[in-house]
Design a protein around this ligand. Structure first.
Ligand code: ATP
Length: 335
């Protein structure tokens, strides 16, 4: 059986055994723990998990955008034949033409004194492209995200809505013609109607350019329609990874089911189970040994406290890290 973490011919990105820890007050805190996955050309991988599960850290680690001072990253990140983790800072800067990242709050990444044309041209200036080529590439990128270049190029970022700013950020990424974009919660701060527009835009661009996307969200529903495969993260580890139908129709991990049922979280330390019981959530410190989800898991048994579950093939073909995976369809799904 082919595994979701095994490379294939179309694969352009391979993340293998990635771990990231931050030092805080003299202590090491592991934000990402032994994560492996691949992304193929033109594929969208959804990366889902609740706040603090390590999604942004994975995205930043791929592009080497983590702060050096308090960060320790281990493992390999391979883009085609190049191990990004071994590159000099200068070579990595060049590599960012191929791999880009967009963020939840694009406005904060724009220089407010610059106009849209200069913002979209930023990567092209770093590449040393001549002015005439910059102009035509900026126009093409702005058109690709649905703007009339002549009417927006001279305006400043604060004159645009949140959705429009995200489209400018997407145009800035597209201008350097990347092959992969990490989209970190790109619609989380937008109105629902605008969310759909931005998601549709990303889909269209992906299809027309055979772009690969890593689409980060805390919400499984948001990534459902955009992802070919979905990886579910819990406390820095992938607990389940598979295709859309595997994850949404037959989720095998109890945590994936919790996310799908959208159980309301009361506060940071308690949540309400479907039967109304309040469950204490584990602290951000990973429990020693065993499965990190066990204190929230209705299926937990003794073995869950003893052994860390590793990703194994589930009957429906996805990979799941659980000692007691589900095999029945999700509630409301046909068998
Ligand atoms: N630069 C940093 N220094 C110290 N700790 C950090 C740093 N960046 C992230 N962390 C910690 O690492 C853990 C994972 O954070 P991360 O932002 O990757 O999670 P996330 O899943 O993207 O969450 P969110 O959806 O809230 O952004 C968190 O506990 C966070 O506080």
């Amino acid at each position: 059986m082919s595994s979701d973490i095994e490379p294939n011919d179309d694969m352009i990105l391979e993340v293998r055994n990635l771990s990231v820890s931050f030092s805080r007050g003299g202590k090491q805190m592991k934000a990402v723990d032994d994560v492996s996955f691949t992304v193929a050309a033109g594929e969208t991988l959804g990366l889902v998990g609740e706040s603090g599960s390590g999604k942004t850290t994975i995205g930043r680690a791929i592009l080497r955008l983590l702060p050096d001072a308090n960060t320790k990253a281990e493992g390999d990140v391979r883009y085609k034949k190049t191990y990004l983790n071994t590159l000099s800072n200068a070579d990595m800067r060049h590599m960012r033409d191929r791999l880009q990242m967009i963020f939840q709050d694009p406005l904060s990444s724009f220089n407010p004194r610059r106009n849209v044309e200069d913002i979209v041209a930023e990567g092209l200036v770093i590449q040393g492209r001549p002015a005439s080529e910059r102009k035509s590439r900026v126009e093409a990128a702005l058109s690709a995200v649905g703007f009339d270049p002549a009417s927006v190029a001279g305006r400043r970022p604060h004159q645009f809505s949140g959705g429009q700013c995200q489209r400018i950020a997407i145009a800035r990424s597209l201008a350097v013609e990347p092959e992969l974009i990490v989209c970190d919660e790109p619609v989380a701060s937008l109105d629902v109607s605008v969310q759909a527009q931005v998601i549709n835009l990303l889909q269209d661009i992906r299809e027309s350019r055979n772009l690969a996307l890593i689409f980060i969200s805390h919400d499984l529903a948001v990534v459902k329609n955009v992802s070919d495969r979905v990886a579910v993260l819990y406390m820095g580890r992938i607990v389940e990874i598979g295709t859309g139908p595997q994850i949404y129709e037959r989720p095998a991990h109890p945590y994936t089911r919790t996310l799908l049922e959208a159980v309301p979280v009361v506060d940071a330390t308690h949540k309400i189970e479907p039967d109304g019981k309040r469950t204490v959530m584990p602290s951000r410190n990973r429990p020693e040994g065993g499965c990190a989800f066990r204190s929230r898991c209705p299926r937990a048994s003794e073995v869950c406290a003893q052994n860390v579950p590793t990703l194994q093939p589930a009957p429906r073909g996805q990979m799941v890290a659980c000692h007691h995976p589900h095999d029945e369809p999700a509630p409301g799904m046909a068998a």
